[in-house]
Design a protein around this ligand. Structure first.
Ligand code: FES
Ligand code: FES
Length: 212
């Protein structure tokens, strides 16, 4: 059996090594202190837009998304944060008549825009027809995706009426028709983890005046 490797360190070596460690730590602490004194706070800007018909002005960190501006600054928490990556549609709001994923858009990009959230579509006792249809057709279970689904649904009907084609529009020269296939395709960016899809289709079809 081999004898252990001899390990010897003199008191002098130990002192030299400790002094070096302290010197390195000191340099790095100095650097951190220098950095923190030169670090400026993130730039902020003012933005004004209309939300649900009301003029709002915010002074926010330039990096604030529209979703966070609505939820954290204006306390309109009906719009939900699902993935925060543009993949689930829970954060859908209507901006100047078109639906967008508010998690993918900086609030500062919306100077002068008109933004409609679920709170602006209707309220208890005075529901938007799409909200009423979702209730009537059981178009939700947990409800987390529902505000995004409803905002998307309202905009989808307007998109088709405005003759904006989708991947399933067969005749681009003709007026687009509201069909179950068109609705399914256009709503495909709104994920429902509870799987309420068939009831959502029923609700949208009823408002659009077609058979699901
Ligand atoms: Fe915006 Fe999921 S939270 S798409
Ligand atoms: Fe639960 Fe759609 S109702 S995720």
């Amino acid at each position: 059996m081999q004898s252990p490797i001899p390990f010897e360190i003199s008191r002098r070596d130990l002192l030299i090594s400790s002094a070096a460690t302290i010197a390195i730590t000191g340099v790095s602490a100095d650097r951190t202190a220098a950095q923190s004194t030169t670090n400026e706070s993130p730039p902020r800007s003012e933005v004004s837009f209309k939300v649900n018909g009301e003029s709002r002005t915010l002074n926010i960190d330039n990096r604030t998304t529209l979703l966070d501006a609505l939820r954290e600054h204006l306390h309109l928490t009906g719009t939900k944060k699902g993935c925060d990556h543009g993949q689930c549609g829970a954060c859908t709001v209507i901006v100047d008549g078109r639906r967008i994923n508010s998690c993918l858009s900086l609030a500062l990009m919306h100077e002068g825009d008109e933004i409609t959230t679920i709170e602006g579509l209707g309220q208890p006792g005075n529901l938007h027809p799409m909200q009423a249809a979702f209730v009537q057709h059981d178009g939700f279970q947990c409800g987390y995706c529902t505000s995004g689904q409803i905002c998307s649904s309202v905009a989808v009907i307007e998109e088709i009426k405005a003759n904006i084609p989708s991947h399933v529009t067969s005749d681009l020269a003709a007026q687009a028709k509201i069909t179950p296939a068109e609705i399914r395709e256009r709503m495909s960016g709104n994920i429902c983890r509870c799987g309420a899809y068939s009831n959502i289709l029923d609700a949208i079809s009823e408002v659009a005046g077609i058979k699901a």
